[in-house]
Design a protein around this ligand. Sequence first.
Ligand code: P6P
Length: 344
Amino acid sequence: MIPKTNTNSQLITIERHILDSERKLPEATGDLTNLLYDIALAGKIITNHTNKAGLAEILGDTGRTNVQGEVVQQLDEIANQIIFRLNDHTGRLAVMVSEENPDILPIPEKYKTGRYVLSFDPLDGSSNIDYNVSIGTIFAIHKRLDEDDTGPGAVEDCLQKGRDIVAAGYILYGSSTMMIYSAGAGVNGFTLDPQIGEFLLSHPNIQIPQKPKYFSANLGYKKQWCLGAQKFSEWLQGEEGGPQNLSLRYIGSMVADFHRTLLSGGIFYYPVDTTNPDKPRGKLRLIYELNPLAFLMEQAGGAASDGEQPVLDLKPAHLHERAPVFMGNKELVQQAEKYLAQYG
Ligand code: P6P
């Protein structure tokens, strides 16, 4: 007996959805489809680990720090290894770049290289692991610069603009595990059914709601922001003709804050801390955090800016480049740009 929960919704697995959408891409060879399968599989495996994170042997950090100078949580390393090992031998990738590794991750010589480049943050928000707060995997896929090149990929392949992303998404490890992705034809969300180990289509064709509901930023740092960002934050709270009914929600785990913004409407922003000379372009990383989310936000009818221009138009100069970000409803992002242009 099929449960009469929602007889209108078809049961579509992410594999079926990817396959169907690949059929609409004339030049698709199946590699992108299989690459997205592999990422979904990584999400299922990582889910298992995050569900057990509370156990003593995983909890806590490794005592090592990564290229960002951040303490590496054991789950970071586990997730990093899972994604790399699922993708290093498939012949679909020319090269990878991860938040956890200072340099590019070449495909081992014993394996064939492929046409795609995978950039990923294996477990963003990991500082929240010990507090059982939702965390996430973020990924972006580009084609390598010279598709006829069968040699190893190079750092230039990893320094492409977000505007040239072929597909991107995130996996959110929260009260349920969700995978949200786009291959350039809209944004779709899938929820993992742990009983059957399948991601099922739960949020078809996501569009950011026209009416914003929340704004999301760490107002604890407001005094360190540029005047424009401070004025924008006051506008969001109703000053100078700003909206009167926005609530503040800030989790401190970007995938969770982004996901709520995408589904509820509003804006997530992380301006530069002007008092921190080590991070003149803010905290969040461009290639494997902001570009994938900016790609999704634009696909969902929103906008993503560094305060002056679209994030997707920024040309990365190095792998772990950072950028300030304002992403959400177009009108709110435009207002942020106006305040930054007017007040700096
Ligand atoms: P803050 C998590 O460490 C992270 O990289 C993002 O997931 C999150 O949005 C941000 O940092 C939170 O930073 O300075 O507000 O704690």
